[in-house]
Design a protein around this ligand. Structure first.
Ligand code: GGG
Length: 350
């Protein structure tokens, strides 16, 4: 019997609520499939920052490195600028553990109504491979001449061949597995250096995958087409920023941000991967007990898959799908219902 040790960082806002609700479900599924999950909670986040000046301790990465995987709830607090919280917790983990694949599935489940007319459950099913360690999220830049009318800010994006090649290759592998199309998203008409470089990488790696048909699309057209023809997408590969923006569009066309899971994946043994719902800390609903826990549950499913527990991952994913397909099952307000977080996971466990 395998025993997995998972680091859990509930974080801010609704993070603790969706984390604890999803953990209850996960333990039961693990038990059913003959393995155990031992979780260790870390109270890192903005409360710690307000108290002690840092979102996590100096040796935070060393401590997380001991675990098989990391689960994170949410980051962000109305009293602290978002760049402070993001750069204090989420981004150091993604970069420090070289989690270069951000995998974000976008699925329209049976029983869920898309805001787009004419789409039913099963019609939309694409996955975004977002580059997760460099690009526009590179911490390169600065500000000069504060207080003058010539105050200046510089923010540089970083695209390395290695960094681009490995996310593009991961996306080609996914497209091969799904026997699908790969859509590469850029802005290479305007960004003639970095994005043409990206196109070059896609062309070179693509030579190794002649069976995968490749579509190149500009990010503005991609945003439009994810609304106009979301059913035609299969695997998308995009830079750090573009991937982040497009997956919010994807979450909306598939019904709710409350159903969008993600994995920050470091393939291989060197570091743990981290799984998190795509949504943020949602300060507007904190404490109301209505946060949708299903994005967190689906993120645990991705975590199990990453550990090689495919049957448990499928059981968890299918339990969510079955619940959503049942019109009489409890739903949180983001899905048009009036149920609370706990009622949704209680129903899932039954
Ligand atoms: N669930 C984690 C979370 O709170 N994410 C909020 C966020 O703003 N993430 C930015 C990003 O994924 O780049």
């Amino acid at each position: 019997m395998s025993d997995y040790s998972i680091a859990v960082i509930p974080g801010d806002g609704i993070g603790p609520a969706v984390t604890s609700a999803s953990e209850e479900t996960v333990a039961a599924v693990a038990d059913r499939f003959g393995f155990s999950v031992e979780t260790t909670a870390f109270d890192w986040g903005t409360e710690r920052y307000l108290d002690r000046g840092a979102m996590m301790p100096d040796d935070g990465l060393d401590r997380l490195a001991e675990f098989d995987a990391v689960f994170l709830g949410a980051v962000g607090h109305p009293d602290v600028p978002d760049h402070v919280t993001l750069h204090g917790l989420l981004l150091p983990i993604r970069k420090g553990f070289d989690q270069y694949i951000c995998k974000r599935p976008n699925v329209l489940f049976d029983g869920i109504e898309s805001p787009l007319r004419g789409y039913e459950g099963g019609d939309i099913d694409f996955v975004v491979y977002r580059e997760n360690t460099e690009g526009e999220y590179a911490d390169i830049g600065g500000r000069e001449h504060a207080g003058f009318d010539h105050e200046t800010a510089v923010q540089s994006a970083l695209f390395t061949w290695r960094g681009t090649e490995r996310i593009v290759r991961a996306a080609f592998e996914a497209a091969t597995e799904r026997a699908g199309t790969l859509t590469s998203v850029t802005k290479s008409n305007a960004q003639a250096h970095s994005m043409v470089f990206w196109d070059d990488v896609v062309a070179e790696v693509g030579e190794e995958y002649p069976e995968v048909s490749v579509e190149r699309i500009l990010v503005d057209a991609a945003a439009m087409d994810l609304i106009r023809r979301p059913d035609e997408f299969d695997v998308l590969v995009a830079s750090n920023l573009f991937g982040d923006v497009l997956t919010d569009v994807g979450a909306q066309v598939t019904g709710s941000m409350g159903l969008a899971p993600s994995g920050n994946i470091h393939p291989g043994e060197a570091y743990p991967s981290m799984f998190e719902p795509v949504h943020g800390s949602a300060p507007d609903i904190v404490g109301e007990g209505v946060a949708n826990p299903l994005a967190a549950v689906l993120s645990w499913s991705m975590l199990f898959e990453d550990l090689g527990e495919d049957d448990a991952a499928a059981a968890l994913w299918n339990a969510v799908a079955d619940q959503l397909a049942d019109a009489s099952a409890p739903r949180t307000p983001d899905l048009g219902g009036d149920a609370g977080t706990e009622a949704v996971v209680a129903d899932l466990r039954d």
